[in-house]
Design a protein. Structure first.
Length: 98
């Protein structure tokens, strides 16, 4: 499984626009092959920060996601609303039994 953790800081006055773009992206991404989970969260300690959490079946599914034209457009539009460069970390993970 592939885990993706990303975060952005939104410029003052742009949170509503960033949330709208993000929720649209999340809903679309959830329909893609290989998407196990895709979510955006507001940071409760920093109201200008949004955090993205994604799970994908494998690297191939994630690479296909990055190639979707709407994903590329999302990154461009969201980046324009950020106060600093977005962060993204990608991990290969195995789920452990609980």
């Amino acid at each position: 499984m592939i885990l993706v953790l990303g975060a952005i800081r939104v410029r003052s006055g742009q949170l509503d626009a960033a949330l709208a773009l993000s929720l649209e992206h999340v809903a679309r991404s959830r329909t893609e092959p290989g998407c196990i989970m895709h979510a955006v969260h507001r940071d409760t300690e920093d109201d200008s920060r949004l955090v993205f959490v994604e799970k994908w079946t494998d690297g191939e599914a994630l690479r296909a996601h990055f190639k979707v034209p709407a994903s590329k457009q999302f990154v461009q539009e969201l980046s324009a609303l950020c106060s600093e460069k977005p962060t993204m970390n990608i991990y290969q993970a195995d789920e452990l039994p609980t």
